[in-house]
Design a protein around this ligand. Structure first.
Ligand SMILES: [Zn+2]
Length: 90
């Protein structure tokens, strides 16, 4: 590119005046919850009138996961306290 061909700030701004992204469009699901279009409903798991996500199973799985994570966190916390005690004794 030669300097003669380079777009100035005004031209760049004019070109980019259409480049802004708009906010997400929300539509209402048949269950009444807000839903992003072309996405399954997070409340009832339906898409296009058909259940595509097993919400009950998902919530159960998430509960299980959080439980396990808490357990792991506790165990790791215990380990760190033990290490701290060991270092304090030294
Ligand atoms: Zn729904």
């Amino acid at each position: 590119m030669v300097v003669r061909m380079r777009a100035n700030r005004s031209k760049t701004g004019m070109r980019r005046s259409h480049a802004a992204i708009s906010g997400t469009r929300l539509s209402t699901c048949e269950c009444g919850a807000n839903r992003i279009s072309h996405r399954a409903c997070p409340e009832c798991g339906k898409y296009n009138g058909r259940v595509v996500i097993d919400i009950v199973a998902r919530t159960k799985r998430e509960q299980r996961r959080t439980k396990r994570r808490e357990k792991e966190l506790k165990e790791s916390g215990k380990d760190t306290t033990k290490e701290k005690e060991a270092t304090a004794k030294k």
